[in-house]
Design a protein. Structure first.
Lengths: 84, 834
């Protein structure tokens, strides 16, 4: 799964905005999209994994982890901003 | 080499003597005559005898009169002792590094993040200072407020990161302090366990240790004290060392020096990571080889040829120009794809920037080199081969007519046409031949998006079902259709269930009551049968099902379970079925209290209700659990089930069955609950989360009972055969089970209160080119918006619930003093122990 890929979770579609690895686990930062692939206001962090050649995700609900991921993705964003 | 017990005892005695001698003063030692080996005074003869015995065991040969065997054995054992120490240190070092690995990585990431956030804070502060200085901006309050909010967010973000860094620092160092404390205790105990006359010294904390351990003891002690101080240092000055600990910059050199001296930490230095091959490297190498071949052709091709300059300046043959230039362009895309994000995966082997997919695949299709990787060309070639194979088969069918020549009344027919050709075949082969021709026609249709069916052939997506139907109905492919074994087994099971259900319903006049169950089983049967023709099978439980049928299949199973439960529950059961009453726990006619104590999982004597399953099992499946002598069995619709057992002997199998019944009861409790939220599955048993521990304990008890049956070293306890090593754990498990059952289980919480994250399989799709372009252009703005939302949420939570503070100087001093006093207590206690 890469940035710009669209995933379906709980019958809703999300587009991957960014991804990172934290403590050997992969995490995605996603925004929900509508039927025209346009972003909505709903943002989610997902933990992603591959099992038996299939992709699995689970929503990050732990608040501490959400804080850490916010900090990391904010850092990524600032780096990208600086790089232009 | 395997050592026999005698050899081991001799060896251990010798090792003890060597160790003992190493810690004694010179005055306490004597040299074994004719050698340089020193042992404690008075032990010379004993050492020689033991060494001689050990020599015989070890080398499997008798001694000659040469005294060298003493030195030989001494050196051998001393080497082994050192090796064991090294192994111990290596394994400890591995544990330490492994334990710290995740936190260190996390620590480093967060430090990097903190630096960036801090840099941005400083930039924003400067911008803010300049903004408010300029009198022209006095009226622009909106922008000023915006800047203030951004500054505040950055500051708060810094605080969050610092707090996490401090936590990580303390956790990492405390883990190591614990390891050091154990080592220090171990060394001190080594001294306490040694006899008088031992050479000893005071450690830095005034604890006595063996003289040989002193240096190690002091180094570890100093390191521990440094770590304690490091735990109070400001996070800005911290550095991670050797992937195991975190200290301040000013402590770094001292710590590195110490680590190099302590055997335990010598193997914790970070291993330089090998550079991982990039994702496109393999195919790039192949392209480079292909380019070399093309360039080489200039020198190897004979005769006059037109030479051209390629886009990279190389001189190549004119006929290779297009191929060469395409390869160069493809190479550039792939090199970029090695580094840039986001990327798309092409043909399951190459990674290219998402926005360049169309240009890239266009180039691939024009380049002959990639024909061998082009999935569509590969599939078309497979189809061509299959078509040839099938035409040969048609010829074979046609030849049968020739073989029958002479039979005047042979019924022969002409097949449908394939292009301008048709075959004459016997009437009985006509359908087969026409189906083969239809298959060939499907395979011949040119298409760019072919789908492979059962590794047989490739057809367009809208023809998959038709193709499968044809394949299924031909004799030719009968051995090549993959079997869905799991489904076949499930189908067989359903057939059995249906059969039993019908018999049971007729016998008890319950046709109407059981009609729903019958229909559900029938529907389940159809879904499984239909799966044979489906092309989108996914594994579900133990079978393969079409994706669109999974939800219904799940519903059917849930409903069947609910019905089963309803039929099992005497209160809900409208039939006259009575449950069989079987007492559990006090099974024997000649009661043996001790049997109950160990063997029975249910200590009470209250009769329990064993429900009768709605479908009729065969008599040999009947409950064979313990039944007290003379106990009345209630009237059952299934008389064969009730097998009273008299003079029962408790054995492992009886108890295993009894536990299985208990487990079955636990699994019944899940009916009506959403298994995603409320249940867990262990070794095939799905139970409510609150019953997890009980299930685990029952499983463990059965494991012990099973192990006991096969055990060589066993103990018979009250009639039950247990592996001798498991007697205690079995008894503990029984006690645990009793406790679990005594503890009342609360009502299950509603779904919303359970914060279990849902893990789901997801499908991935790509955005089409124009949408992808728009998304990439807006991506940063979307991220920014989301992060602002997240940060405001976090800040609000912090404002409501948490107080973030960095300790001031006075608080730091207090922490330091606290540590000092802790050390004082520790030293004092150890001193008393002496």
């Amino acid at each position: 799964m890469d940035i710009s890929n669209v995933i379906s979770f709980n019958n809703l579609e999300y587009i991957i905005l960014d991804k990172t690895t934290l403590r050997n686990k992969d995490y995605l930062y996603c925004v929900q999209i509508d039927s025209n692939d346009l972003p909505l206001e709903e943002y989610k962090f997902f933990k992603s994994s591959i099992e038996n050649n299939s992709y699995y995700v689970e929503e990050v609900i732990d608040e501490d982890l959400q804080k850490d991921l916010t900090a990391i993705f904010a850092n990524n964003y600032l780096n990208e901003e600086q790089a232009g | 080499m395997n050592e026999n017990p005698n050899q081991m005892y001799e060896k251990q005695d010798l090792l003890d003597m060597i160790k003992e001698a190493k810690n004694l003063n010179e005055t306490e030692l004597e040299t074994i005559p004719g050698t340089n080996v020193k042992v404690k005074k008075g032990k010379s003869a004993e050492f020689q005898v033991k060494a001689a015995n050990f020599y015989r065991y070890h080398y499997n040969q008798f001694l000659n009169n040469n005294i060298d065997y003493v030195t030989d054995i001494y050196n051998l054992l001393e080497k082994e002792m050192n090796l064991k120490n090294q192994e111990y240190n290596m394994s400890k070092a591995y544990d330490i590094v492994k334990n710290a690995e995740e936190n260190i990585q996390y620590f480093n990431n967060l430090q990097e993040t903190l630096n960036t956030v801090r840099k941005n804070y400083n930039l924003k502060s400067t911008e803010y200072a300049q903004f408010i200085k300029d009198p022209a901006n006095l009226q622009n309050l909106t922008h000023r407020q915006e800047l203030e909010v951004e500054l505040q967010k950055l500051a708060e973000n810094q605080d969050i990161i610092i707090k996490r860094l401090e936590e990580l620092r303390t956790n990492l160092n405390n883990d190591l302090i614990n390891v050091i404390n154990k080592e220090l205790d171990f060394m001190h105990n080594n001294y306490l366990n040694t006899l008088n006359g031992t050479n000893w010294a005071f450690g830095m904390d005034n604890n006595a240790v063996l003289a040989t351990d002193k240096e190690r003891y002091d180094n570890l002690y100093v390191l521990r004290e440094i770590l304690k101080v490091a735990n109070t240092k400001d996070v800005n000055s911290l550095v991670a060392i050797n992937n195991i600990l975190v200290v301040s910059e000013d402590q770094k050199d001292t710590v590195l020096n110490l680590l190099s001296k302590i055997d335990l930490f010598k193997n914790t230095e970070p291993i330089p990571k090998k550079e991982e091959p990039k994702r496109n490297d393999a195919i790039l190498n192949e392209i480079e080889n292909a380019l070399n071949v093309i360039r080489g052709k200039v020198n190897t091709t004979l005769g006059q040829r037109l030479l051209m300059n390629a886009i990279d300046g190389s001189t190549i043959l004119n006929e290779d120009l297009e191929e060469y230039n395409n390869l160069i362009k493809i190479k550039e895309y792939l090199i970029a794809g090695n580094f840039k994000e986001p990327v798309a995966k092409i043909w399951d082997m190459m990674y290219v920037e998402g926005l360049k997919i169309n240009e890239f695949t266009g180039l691939l299709n024009k380049t002959n080199f990639f024909n061998k990787y082009n999935p569509n060309i590969i599939k078309q070639n497979e189809n061509t081969n299959l078509i040839n194979e099938l035409i040969s088969y048609l010829d074979t069918l046609g030849n049968k007519v020739a073989t029958y020549n002479g039979f005047s009344n042979l019924n022969i027919k002409q097949t449908n046409a394939l292009g301008d050709k048709a075959w004459v075949v016997t009437a009985e082969d006509l359908d087969e031949a026409n189906r083969i021709i239809a298959i060939i026609k499907m395979l011949e249709v040119p298409n760019t998006n072919l789908i492979n069916v059962w590794n047989i052939g490739n057809v367009a997506s809208n023809q998959v079902s038709e193709f499968k139907n044809l394949i299924n109905s031909t004799r030719y492919f009968s051995n090549r259709i993959p079997e869905l074994k799991a489904n076949e087994e499930a189908i067989e099971q359903i057939k059995e269930d249906l059969k039993e259900l019908i018999i049971y319903a007729r016998k008890n006049n319950l046709e109407v009551t059981l009609m729903e169950e019958y229909k559900l089983l029938d529907e389940k049967f159809n879904i499984l049968n239909k799966a044979k023709l489906a092309d989108n099978l996914v594994p579900y439980e133990n079978v393969m099902l079409p994706e669109e049928d999974i939800a219904r299949y799940q519903e059917i199973n849930a409903r069947l379970n609910a019905l089963k439960n309803q039929n099992l529950n005497p209160e809900n059961n409208n039939s006259n079925t009575e449950p069989i009453v079987i007492p559990l726990g006090t099974p024997t006619a000649e009661p043996q209290p001790s049997v109950i104590e160990l063997g029975s999982v249910t200590p009470t004597v209250t009769p329990q209700v064993i429900p009768v399953p709605p479908t009729v099992p065969t008599p040999n499946e009947a409950y064979t659990g313990p039944v007290a002598e003379g106990e009345q069995l209630a009237v059952s619709p299934v008389k064969d089930l009730a097998v009273p057992i008299k003079n029962l002997n408790i054995n492992n199998d009886t108890l295993i069955n009894q536990n299985l019944v208990e487990m079955g009861k636990l699994t019944q409790k899940i009916v009506g609950y959403d298994i995603n939220y409320y249940c867990t599955t262990i070794k095939g048993y799905t139970v409510l989360l609150q019953d997890k521990e009980e299930l685990e304990t029952l499983l463990f008890l059965n494991e012990c009972l099973e192990n006991g049956k096969e055990a060589i070293d066993y103990t018979i306890v009250n009639g039950i055969k247990l592996d001798s090593t498991q007697v205690n754990s079995y008894q503990e498990a029984l006690a645990k089970l009793e406790n679990i059952r005594k503890t009342p289980k609360g009502k299950i919480e509603p779904v919303m209160d359970i914060q279990e994250p849902i893990k789901a399989k997801v499908s991935v799709r790509y955005l089409i080119a124009d949408k992808l372009e728009k998304f990439m252009a807006n991506r940063k703005n979307i991220i920014k918006k989301g992060l602002q939302k997240n940060l405001s949420k976090i800040i609000n939570n912090l404002k409501n619930n948490e107080v973030i503070s960095v300790p001031n100087d006075t608080e730091l001093e207090a922490i330091l003093n606290e540590h000092k006093s802790e050390d004082g207590i520790e030293s004092e206690n150890i001193g008393r122990g002496l």
